[in-house]
Design a protein around this ligand. Sequence first.
Ligand code: NAI
Length: 286
Amino acid sequence: KGKRAFIAGVADDNGYGWAIAKSLAAAGAEILVGTWVPALNIFESSLRRGKFDESRVLPDGSMMEITKVYPLDAVFDNLDEVPEDIKTNKRYAGSTKWTVQEVAESVKEDFGSIDILVHSLANGPEVTKPLLETSRNGYLAAISASSYSYVSLLKHFLPILNTGGSSISLTYIASERIIPGYGGGMSSAKAALESDTRVLAFEAGRKRRIRVNTISAGPLRSRAAKAIGFIDMMIDYSLANAPLQKELSAEEVGNAAAFLASPLASAITGTVLYVDNGLNAMGVGV
Ligand code: NAI
């Protein structure tokens, strides 16, 4: 029986979420995605108008089908938490049922269960500010959108994740090594995400035999990364210093995610898997 995946954090064809969707689709999975509400209209109309057709092509020549796109804002767990200004915001008013709890309920109603949960989203409003200049609100917003969003997603999807299923998030080495420029509490948010990966692996493993892993990915010129402002420098740095001197493709991260989601990884849980051309292993620049 084919597996079903829900991938949170796909709004164009440039990011890791899209690449993971493709690798899972190539391996035979049915694809559902969660798209940030403010980005939903553009994403759906681009999909409809064929703007992504070229990047939908799979290795066997067929096209990736996205069975359903769900609006999602992962900083809200349920309707009670949504403030008035968001409820009435033009970009939100056109959609319904986009809180984490409602999306999980909708997926349950539509499909019953899933096998693979992917969290490929992050947001830090003050990411360009050094930690010493980050406000409390900016720091907490980064943690809410980039770390707790994963706890919440797994919590709400756990009851519909089939036993033996797998959950994957994306992290960055700025959690454990100093990467100047990855500010606003985003380094802290990734540290929390990695620690939570271990604790959630225990809890979800004991509760439902679900595996929980995170991929520490190298630099990719995604929409989110371009907003940080130093992505070209990070790609150049990796090219100059990593053991493997090639640009990292999103597909390589997608394939690692497909491996982690597969039975080939059936004893792997609670890990941080580096998919970064080996850059993490270097002690000095060369
Ligand atoms: P991306 O822009 O493709 O993905 C980020 C997604 O998060 C976007 O689709 C955005 O709409 C969505 N999003 C933001 N706030 C949201 C919210 N409140 N609710 C729902 N969705 C929300 O960019 P990218 O870089 O592929 O990011 C995916 C993951 O990969 C992130 O966790 C990021 O930190 C991680 N990563 C990225 C690296 C890079 O160099 N691009 C390196 C290492 C990790």
